[in-house]
Design a protein around this ligand. Structure first.
Ligand SMILES: Nc1ncnc2c1ncn2[C@@H]1O[C@H](COP(=O)(O)OP(=O)(O)OP(=O)(O)O)[C@@H](O)[C@H]1O
Ligand SMILES: [Mg+2]
Length: 243
């Protein structure tokens, strides 16, 4: 289970002064659930997810992954979590197969476990056709699938995906959305961020709307519609963000 409790990050920016990129963000995500963090550009999604995944130290507040504190036990948290960040680089000259193998080894996995895991991930993400091609020859959708597979090669119980489908076509997005759903159905705790409302409606068990670092509503999509009196998630989003 992932718990964020008052997560706050203050950046000191020369021009803008203090930027409260995340401001008291609290939510929980249970195993088997997909939690969607929705928000416009600059809302604080990446900042929040980087704190959860130990890439960034909170200014204040806490978070834990399966009972492990992200500040006190970052190393152990990292073994429990798969994190897809927006700007993950791929090794240009390796193929997806070589890259996943490499990262599996870094995680200390045995050869047979890596190949079992790779087959499963390549099936789920429909990657077999290009598994042997060089990464730098792949389309952006294919590259994103490689990044996703890389981030979860060690089969972590918690998964955090920062805008996994942004910029991808309908086909690739659909495969990735189905992949995320399947992970949750297998009992993983999954958090992902997006600004695509239809995706959130289809995929998320719970959603939170982030705006200027503050998390507005929480709960299921239906609860948010009831609270805001909106007919759909996009209208609810605009009510919260547009004011
Ligand atoms: N390292 C940093 N130093 C200074 N300010 C930062 C830093 N990282 C993020 N910010 C600021 O924090 C705020 C939130 O940024 P963040 O990247 O978390 O938003 P986001 O919701 O992920 O946006 P996007 O949808 O564009 O990815 C922005 O105002 C951004 O400029
Ligand atoms: Mg971002």
């Amino acid at each position: 289970m992932i718990i964020a409790d008052g997560l706050t990050k203050v950046f000191r920016d020369r021009k803008r002064g203090e930027v409260r990129a995340a401001d008291g963000v609290s939510f929980t995500c249970q195993p088997g659930e997909v939690y969607g963090l929705l928000g416009p550009n600059g809302a604080g999604k990446t900042t929040t997810l980087r704190m959860l995944s130990t890439a960034l130290r909170p200014t204040s507040g806490t978070a834990s992954v399966n009972g492990l504190d992200v500040v006190k036990e970052p190393q152990r948290v990292r073994s429990q979590i798969g994190f897809l960040s927006g700007n993950t680089g791929l090794y240009a000259r390796l193929s997806p197969k070589e890259m996943i193998t490499y990262f599996g080894k870094l995680y200390g996995m045995s050869g047979s476990r890596i190949s079992e895991r790779m087959t499963k991930l390549f099936d789920m993400l429909e990657m077999h056709d290009f598994a042997g091609s060089r990464n730098d020859k792949l389309s952006s959708g294919m590259k994103q699938k490689v990044s996703i597979a890389r981030s979860v090669v060690h089969d972590p119980p918690a998964m955090v995906f920062d805008e996994p489908t942004t910029g991808l076509d309908v086909m690739s997005s659909r495969t990735i959305v189905q992949f995320i759903r399947q992970c949750a159905d297998e009992g993983k705790t999954v958090i992902f961020s997006t600004h695509i409302m239809s995706e959130a409606m289809r995929l998320c068990d719970k959603v939170g709307i982030l705006h200027k670092g503050k998390l507005y509503t929480g709960g299921s999509v239906n609860e948010i519609l009831q609270k805001t009196g909106a007919g759909n998630l996009e209208d609810a989003f605009m009510k919260i963000v547009g004011e």
